[in-house]
Write a protein that binds this ligand. Structure first.
Ligand code: C2E
Ligand code: MG
Ligand code: MG
Ligand code: MG
Length: 280
């Protein structure tokens, strides 16, 4: 019986798996071409100081515009890029473009910080540190103005090499942030062991912060914990004035979300810049 069930299962799942595999392979081919043909570009989402409600930086977020004009969002292609190793050339491209853009803003007197998402495979890549150094040098950037965002996923492995590359990066003066904090099921001990500066509270906690007391308690606790460890806090997914007020009351330093602004192409940030220049 077991055998038959097994065989049935196989014949049931095989076509499904096949279709998935085919889709992944197609995506890989398309993505490889997209990287070479520069179909990828960056949008930038404002990050605000909560207390002063002023823009202090942006996060670079990758987008893919296919030749037919359709857009593909990162949740669709980043996982494939990670599975296939394409995340390394993709991530290198993102880092370089983000640095180039930041230099242009600095030249205009906009003293913003740039956050860039970095995948585990990039950090494991032996060329990553020198790429980062080259970018800082080539675009004459103050390392303190760069923040690399890592998810908790990376801390699950807890390897010697990882600890040492993070130390090297931190010693360069580049800031490190934990992205999507609270969703990764990893031990909290890494927070004291590793050279992390910033904690980004995941949007899922912010979504319920006004409607659910437990979410509110969790966010308060995360802010308090971060502060006791000398970490600054960024809240993700801030969509309303009420959420912004909550964060201000709780002493959260920075906020990111549709309330402050959506991710947009550089030219569309102009209105934010005139506000920015008016306040300095
Ligand atoms: P993330 O790093 O946590 O980026 C924040 C995501 O939340 C972005 O989605 C942003 O558009 C969205 N978001 C921000 N504020 C709000 C809000 O108020 N409401 C709602 N509903 N959404 C908001 P996006 O751009 O689709 O990126 C998704 C994820 O893909 C990112 O999450 C990041 O993990 C990954 N990603 C994006 N660009 C890159 C990249 O260049 N490299 C790597 N490795 N990952 C990237
Ligand atoms: Mg991020
Ligand atoms: Mg995030
Ligand atoms: Mg997120």
């Amino acid at each position: 019986h077991a055998k038959r069930a097994g065989r049935n299962q196989l014949s049931y799942y095989a076509p499904v798996m096949n279709a998935k595999l085919k889709a992944t392979l197609q995506m890989e081919t398309d993505l490889r071409k997209a990287i070479n043909d520069h179909e990828l570009f960056l949008v930038y989402q404002p990050i605000f100081n909560v207390r002063h409600q002023a823009m202090v930086g942006v996060e670079a977020l990758v987008r893919w515009r296919k030749p037919d004009g359709s857009m593909v969002f990162p949740d669709e292609f980043i996982p494939v890029a990670e599975q296939t190793g394409l995340i390394v050339p993709l991530g290198d491209y993102v880092l370089e473009q983000a640095c180039k853009q930041l230099q242009q803003w600095h030249k205009k007197g906009l003293d913003l910080s740039m956050s860039v998402n970095v995948s585990p495979a990039q950090l494991r890549d032996s060329n990553f540190i020198s790429l980062l150094q080259n970018c800082l040098k080539h675009y004459s950037l103050n390392p303190l103005k760069i923040q690399l965002e890592l998810t908790e996923q990376i801390f699950i492995e807890n390897s010697e090499e990882l600890v040492s590359s993070l130390d090297t990066i931190a010693n360069m003066g580049v800031h490190l942030a934990i992205d999507d904090f609270g969703t990764g099921y990893s031990s909290l001990s890494y927070l004291q062991k590793l050279s992390v500066d910033v904690l980004k509270i995941d949007k899922s906690f912010m979504d319920a912060v006004l409607s659910d007391t437990e979410s509110a308690m969790l966010v308060k606790a995360m802010i308090a914990m971060a502060h006791s460890l000398n970490l600054a806090v960024v809240a993700e997914g801030v969509e309303s004035q009420e959420q912004q007020d909550f964060l201000a009351t709780e002493g959260c330093e920075r906020g990111q979300g549709y309330f402050y602004g959506r991710p947009v192409e550089p030219e569309q940030l102009a209105p934010y810049f005139s506000d920015y220049l008016a306040t300095i």
